[in-house]
Ligand binder design. Structure first.
Ligand code: ADP
Ligand code: ZN
Length: 762
């Protein structure tokens, strides 16, 4: 017998090894093995097992790691699809489906020493005082981890060893599972009676789950011939739903009851949420329903803030089938749940589902593909669905379910758009707060209600400019201006982290103006101004500069919830899925920030952000109000958000994208060339363009744009040029691209990155 192995060192190739007799029966598809490679021993994953190989002189597999195959054949198939569709090497795709903590042999399960009381035979001998105390403590607990015993009894291991020598206690090593939520006390919840819209949505989802076959869908002939989203939805199983529910419409309750249905069917489920909304509050809602009571089902959590040991344990709980529901960020889509009945992707429009380094997969699209492959039902949920997903409903690929009203009969907040052009007084700077927002905050403070203020830019001022000569302090490594951080008294680049001291004069030798100015606005400056305007208000700023320690995030949220904070000010960190009943005013300081980005999705982003932020207001008994400050009040993204009109926005945005064949009418592949020598990068880009034109001449309906400098032409000392490809047939294009790239010769210092379905254009 032989095994085909993908090695973890990047080689874009697979190798055959023979399975030595002593390992017979232990090597299977998905096994992790150690094999010889030249003089080295390397790790790899078995992707196929066969009788024989057509290669001569095979070397043997040296070792099998772990007692269980780590990658199931189904997940392996998903990894292959990712390699094909996202145009990356198989070993890169394979790496992403296993968390680092699981791939490494260490840390493994944590073994701890436990001390246990042995059943007594007759009378306990008289013990010295110290030993007696330890023994009594242990008897009251029956068993304790050694470290805990030592701490509680203020004693040493020697004392405990003496008790062991006397046959009173036993010390043994046991696996102790790390549970990141062990210290939480979570109250169980019961299913809520659904309102009619929720009930309709749930019925459609459970009906699809009942119809889907128990087993996996038959394999596809050519992997990757069907792009996720384009082909799924009506497969043999794997129906895809888009649950469009306004903020507060009770989508989560629908998820919870659909999950219960999966469990009743004896199946497991994956719930994806954006990393940023993977708050204790969110996890709690799922744990409270399923980690206690009748179902007693373990909920596993996977996200980037777990220690690698915790991640290892959570993953194995899933692999062993002890955890049936997985909740996690992007990469949880690869969790080895079997059999898989349901995948939920909450906030499916979130661009953080897209991984920005290879493999550059989009977890929502992977979810759709996995659902199709494994016959699992997929539910994509959002208050502001991506245009792609809504379009897929219009085309009949997905099934649309709607929750158009808030679940608890709370009204949608009133949204007031304030035209900031009206606030400009001659010769004066634009104020941070319009009179409307200023008054709104003052009123809330008097009424002891809470306020959320949103500005998607951290720092104090965005740039340091000389009004006389036009000098702007820029980053030496990136084509970006440096941001002024007042607390730290420094200028910092938000891309590469470069910092510089704050100059006292304009650094331009010909100018030396001492009156150099800060322009633009960041969260720190808003915070300062709030302190001046409302000296008695308790203001807390929440952005990545303010959150320094682990736990800051949850502490601030729990303080806010407990009413210890009046005004919470932050970046997009505070925009997501949070639920604070006492928030009656949400202010958006500068809505234009996302609007003017050089990206065809700028309008969509702005609409989504405004709608999501606005959704934080009025979730309690008092009606909510949203104040949006902007210099372009008539922009459709702002006007449709004001009217809570998703469909209106969708229709007009689609009209704009159609003539240029932008998504959802096509899919985009962005080819970015990077290097430190600008000429070489540009020549390489032109060379690539010629290759593409020549070798893809027969590819119908392909649009090739560029090469051109990226919207961010220089980043972290690298010059960047781009070529954009657009086609409705991306899977076919990806395979052709892979062919072209295999033979493409680039200068050594120039690298090429392929990004299929990029989330942004930089
Ligand atoms: P979404 O996820 O759509 O933004 P949530 O699931 O957070 O909305 O629900 C908003 C609020 O409505 C929550 O407090 C939730 O407990 C409540 N809710 C949801 N469904 C119902 C229901 N059927 N009856 C009463 N309250 C509900
Ligand atoms: Zn920089």
């Amino acid at each position: 017998m032989i095994a085909r192995v993908t090695l973890e060192i990047a080689l874009r190739k697979e190798f055959d090894y023979f399975i030595p007799p002593e390992l017979a029966g232990r090597v299977d598809v998905g096994s992790r093995v150690q094999v010889p490679f030249g003089p080295r021993k390397v790790l790899g994953c078995v992707t196929a097992v066969a009788e024989e190989s057509d290669r001569p002189n095979l070397k043997p597999i040296l070792k099998v790691l772990g007692s269980q195959t780590l990658v199931t054949p189904k997940v392996l198939r998903l990894a292959r699809w990712i390699a094909d569709y996202y145009c990356c090497a198989p070993e890169v795709a394979l790496k992403s489906v296993l968390p680092e903590a699981v791939r490494q042999e260490k840390p493994g399960w944590r073994e701890r020493l436990f001390v246990r009381v042995l059943p007594g035979h007759g009378e306990t001998p008289r013990l010295p005082k110290r030993q007696q105390e330890v023994y009594d403590l242990l008897r009251s607990r029956r068993e304790l981890p050694l470290t805990e015993l030592l701490e509680r009894a203020q004693t040493t291991a020697a004392t405990v060893r003496r008790l062991e020598d006397k046959g009173l206690v036993a010390i043994s090593a046991e696996v102790s599972e790390r549970d990141p939520y062990a210290r939480e006390h979570i109250l169980p919840t019961q299913p809520l009676p659904l309102n009619p819209a929720q009930a309709r949505a749930l019925a459609a989802i459970t009906a699809a789950m009942d119809q889907s076959p128990g087993g996996p869908a038959p394999p596809q002939s050519v992997p990757g011939t069907a792009a996720a989203g384009a082909a799924a939805g009506r497969g043999p199983g794997g129906k895809v739903f888009l649950l469009h529910g306004v903020t507060g419409s009770g989508k989560t309750e629908v998820y919870l009851q659909a999950l219960a249905h999966a469990l009743e069917q004896g199946k497991g489920a994956i719930v994806l949420v954006p990393e940023i909304s993977l708050t204790p509050q969110t996890v709690e809602r799922f744990k409270a329903r399923f980690s206690s009571g009748r179902l007693q089902t373990l909920v596993a959590v996977l996200h980037s803030h777990l220690s690698s040991g915790e991640r290892h344990d959570e993953w194995h709980k899933i692999r062993q089938g002890r955890a049936r529901i997985v909740i996690g960020a992007r990469s949880a889509i690869f969790a080895p749940v079997e059999p898989l009945g349901l995948i939920i992707v909450d906030e499916e429009h979130e661009h953080t589902y897209k991984q920005e380094e290879a493999p550059r997969y989009h977890a929502r699209d992977v979810a759709v593909m996995r659902g199709q492959m494994e016959g699992a039902t997929v539910v994509l949920g959002s208050a502001t669905p991506s245009l792609e997903s809504y379009y897929n409903c219009r085309r009949g690929k997905f099934t649309l379910l709607e929750l158009l009203e808030r679940a608890d009969d709370k009204k949608m907040p009133v949204v007031r758009v304030v035209d900031m052009r009206q606030t400009v007084r001659k010769g004066k700077m634009v104020p941070i707060f319009s009179p409307q927002l200023h008054e709104g905050i003052a009123r809330r403070l008097v009424r002891k209600e809470q306020v959320i203020l949103f500005l998607n830019r951290r720092g104090y001022s965005t740039s340091l400019e000389c009004p006389r000569c036009g000098y702007v302090a820029g980053c030496p490594n990136c084509s970006l201006s440096l941001t002024y951080h007042r607390q730290e008294q420094k200028l910092a680049c938000h891309l590469c982290g470069h910092t510089a001291p704050v100059p006292a004069l304009c650094p331009n030798d010909a100018c030396r103006n001492p009156d150099i100015r800060y322009a633009g606005l960041g969260t720190q400056k808003v915070e300062d101004t709030l302190h001046k305007l409302f000296p008695h208000a308790r203001v807390v700023r929440m952005d990545s500069d303010a959150l320094k320690r682990k736990g800051d995030y949850r502490r601030i949220f729990s303080d806010f919830r407990a009413g210890k904070i009046d005004i919470l000010l932050g970046t997009q960190m505070i925009a997501k899925g949070l639920h604070f009943p006492n928030v009656t005013l949400v202010g958006i300081i500068y809505a234009d920030l996302t609007l003017h980005q050089p990206d065809f999705r700028a309008g969509e982003r702005t609409f989504q952000l405004l709608t999501q932020v606005a959704g934080r207001a009025g979730r309690g008994d008092v009606e909510g109000e949203v104040v949006v400050q902007t210099f372009t009040p008539s922009h459709p993204a702002i006007q449709f958000a004001r009217r809570h009109d998703y469909v209106g926005f969708y229709e007009q945005e689609l009209e704009m994208r159609k003539p240029l064949s932008y998504p959802p009418f096509s899919r985009v592949a962005m080819l970015t060339l990077k290097g430190r020598n600008e000429d070489k990068v540009r020549f390489s880009a032109e060379h690539l363009k010629r290759e593409l034109n020549q070798r893809l001449a027969d590819f119908e309906g392909l649009i090739v744009v560029g090469p051109a400098p990226s919207p961010l032409p220089r980043a972290e000392t690298f010059y960047r040029y781009q070529i954009m490809l657009r086609t409705p047939r991306m899977s076919a294009l990806s395979l052709r691209l892979a062919d072209i790239l295999r033979t493409l010769a680039l200068p050594e210092e120039v690298t090429l990155a392929v990004n299929v379905d990029p989330a942004g254009l930089d």
